[in-house]
Write a new protein. Structure first.
Length: 390
């Protein structure tokens, strides 16, 4: 028997390999699904000698898509109103055409994928801003994240991954306690990473949430690129109601821009590899202005609360020196460099007095991770608590 040339054999195997890849990562777990996929893909491949590569790929992917659709998928606990027929919508078709033109995706494959996307009503509900709360309280928010579970598990996480935390600190200048605190606030060290299908969430928010449609459409594109680069089935990836993924809850665009293969095993894995999560958090902060060896915030003193309004209106980006703040009756209870830029951070406490601090550039860097002063201060307070307990 004359063996097929290597190029021909590789050519014929492409549909089968693509189908195996999709079924494995989707965790369909069905022997019938494997049989159906391979029985469809194999004839398509065997009859493809001399046929254009595009035709072979199309046949193989179509067979795989049918098997994927017929196989029993893992059920997401996220509420959904079922298939929303996204593949038939003009704006989705335009998006698919753009992804095909700009990034080489196969339009028929993306159309098949989007035909299986479900509208996620919980994502829209949770993303919709709540009415301003008059009783919003920093003290109550702080208590949610400085709880016994996060402190205990944070110390354990630090102990188990100390070598990676020290390496990240040396490479990026970010202290271990800050990295540990962010992962703790985000997911309690991997305990709450989200169970929504990320493709459902991002599609829903990209095309049925006008308020931030442009942002989520961009993230949807980033997710498709990330899934292709990491050899992931798009239906296998679970995340938050906003589409954030893994221990550090990175959006797909942040994964592609800032995530690192910190343990150098040949792949970036933020979903189950603590080393990669640690290195990626540190790199994110470093690239967003973290200044090694500098404080995060300072205790603030002031003469009159009535004089603080212009500083509050100026926002949380550091832009005032301590001498300039003195003109508003503001000073620091701790030594501050004359050159360091500062911002006034106001944290309301409902009916109780507002808490005021001076935010340094490192405080602002944390807010690039989550654009909330409450969030950044909770990270700092948890980090300080963990460091003290060490």
């Amino acid at each position: 028997m004359n063996p097929l040339p290597n190029a021909t054999r590789a050519h014929l195997l492409l549909p089968i390999l693509r189908c195996r890849f999709r079924l494995r990562l989707a965790r369909l777990g069905s022997a019938a699904a494997w049989s159906a996929a391979l029985s469809c893909a194999l004839p398509a491949a065997l009859c493809a000698t001399g046929v254009a590569k595009t035709a072979v790929l199309t046949a193989g992917l179509a067979a795989c898509a049918v098997a994927h659709a017929q196989a029993p998928a893992r059920r997401s606990p996220a509420p959904s109103i079922g298939a929303a027929d996204y593949a038939s919508r003009p704006e989705v078709k335009a998006f698919i055409a753009e992804m095909a033109e700009r990034h080489g995706f196969i339009e028929s494959e993306l159309l098949q994928a989007f035909s299986q996307v479900h509208y996620n009503d919980e994502a829209v509900r949770l993303m919709t801003p709540a009415p301003p709360a008059a009783g919003r309280s920093w003290h109550a928010y702080r208590a949610r994240f400085l709880d016994a579970l996060r402190i205990r598990e944070g110390l354990r996480f630090w102990r188990e991954h100390e070598q990676w935390l020290e390496l990240a600190a040396a490479r990026y200048g970010v202290p271990p306690e800050i990295i540990v605190a962010i992962i703790g606030v985000e997911t309690i060290y991997g305990r709450r990473t989200g169970e929504h299908r990320v493709l459902d969430v991002l599609t829903t928010l990209a095309f049925d949430y006008p308020r931030r449609a442009d942002y989520f459409r961009a993230e949807l594109g980033e997710f498709l690129l990330y899934s292709r680069e990491a050899n992931l089935d798009v239906f296998s990836v679970r995340g938050s109601y906003a589409g954030a993924i893994g221990l550090p809850q990175f959006m797909p665009g942040s994964i592609r821009r800032f995530a690192v293969d910190f343990d150098e095993d040949g792949r970036v894995d933020l979903r189950s590899t603590a080393a990669d999560a640690i290195g990626s958090v540190a790199r994110f902060l470093a690239e967003h202005g973290w200044r090694a060896g500098e404080p995060v915030r300072f205790e603030m003193l002031f003469d009159s609360e009535g004089r603080l309004a212009p500083l509050i209106e100026a926002g949380i980006r550091p832009q005032f020196t301590i001498d300039e703040l003195a003109g508003y009756g503001v000073s620091s209870a701790e030594p501050v460099s004359f050159e360091m830029p500062l911002a006034l951070i106001d944290l309301p406490n409902g009916d109780k007095p507002t808490s005021y601090y001076l935010g340094a550039p490192n405080f602002f860097a944390i807010t690039r991770y989550n654009r909330s002063s409450f969030y950044a201060m909770a990270v700092y307070e948890l980090a300080r608590t963990l460091a003290a307990r060490r």
